[in-house]
Design a protein around this ligand. Structure first.
Ligand SMILES: Cc1cc2nc3c(=O)[nH]c(=O)nc-3n(C[C@H](O)[C@H](O)[C@H](O)COP(=O)(O)O)c2cc1C
Length: 261
């Protein structure tokens, strides 16, 4: 585990983790996660909170076997009725997912596999705010074995654990010539986005490269039928793209442009 330290490494090894060890997140780890949360909340105008040891929130999913020992979560709280804030939530909460991954923790975005009303009881949601989603966080099952795995083994697990849309599907609006001529940073960005989590693995975002001004654009693919979480998933995909592409910055929104630096 010690050999990977960069965000791109976290992208290359992250998978959804649904089974956890029955071991708490200790105070030191919690403090470090909370310190990472502070600038993220400031930048994203969000109120993401770490909530520990509330297994009741996941009682049903744990009992059915869909999850094992889920008990801790990031409560993704932000401004109510604000689609752009949901995109920021996806972007910045996924940044926390990658931080947790580099610490050897497992994560799982949850929209359905939790009791959201119960989850809301253990975090602060002020008037004008809303609890959007959760991210389960904890020590992956058999975490000592997990931590003993090499970076290559973890990359291989990421590459093979689920189906993904192809590079061509992720760049569906581009021609073969356009794909061929796109710079390496664009290709690396798309490849990182292909590894991103999305609700029900719908992968609802497409990317295109415009040689006229050397920008990339991200679009919601309506045919992916991800209407409930499309903005969140776009934020997640944009973060992965940005890390894969190296330096650069996105404009928010459907059709928002990425300027590579
Ligand atoms: C917004 C969102 C909501 C999700 N909700 C759930 C959920 O309720 N239950 C679940 O088991 N997985 C959930 N997932 C996890 C996805 O199924 C998973 O990310 C996807 O299948 C891709 O797999 P990967 O994360 O291993 O790459 C959710 C993911 C996202 C991004």
């Amino acid at each position: 585990m010690a050999e990977h330290t960069q965000l791109i490494d976290a992208i290359n090894i992250r998978t959804a983790v649904r089974a956890y060890d029955d071991e708490p997140i200790d105070d030191d780890t919690a403090r470090q996660l909370e310190m990472a949360l502070q600038p993220i909340n400031l930048l994203g105008d969000l109120n993401i909170q770490l909530v520990r040891d509330q297994p009741k929130v996941f009682a049903e999913a744990n009992a059915s076997g869909h999850l094992t020992n889920a008990a801790n979560y990031l409560a993704i709280v932000g401004p109510a009725n604000d689609e752009e804030a949901k995109e920021r939530a996806g972007f910045y909460a996924e940044r926390m997912v990658l931080t947790a991954t580099l610490r050897g923790l497992g994560t799982l975005w949850v929209a359905g596999s939790w009791d959201k009303a119960e989850a809301a009881k253990h975090c602060r949601v002020t008037s004008g705010q809303e609890l959007y989603l959760g991210v389960v966080i904890g020590h992956p099952k058999n975490h000592l074995d997990y931590q003993a795995k090499s970076y290559e083994e973890l990359c291989e697990a990421q590459r093979t654990h689920r189906a993904t849309k192809t590079y061509e599907q992720f760049t569906a609006t581009m021609s073969d010539e356009g794909r061929e001529a796109a710079p390496d940073w664009f290709k690396s960005g798309v490849e990182a986005a292909m590894k991103a989590p999305s609700a029900m693995n719908r992968q609802p975002i497409t990317f295109s490269y415009n040689p006229a001004d050397d920008t990339a654009a991200a679009h919601i693919d309506q045919s992916a039928e991800d209407e409930h979480h499309a903005f969140n998933d776009m934020g997640i995909a944009k973060l992965h793209f940005q890390i894969g592409a190296g330096q650069g910055q996105w404009a928010w929104g459907d059709g928002g442009l990425f300027i590579h630096k």
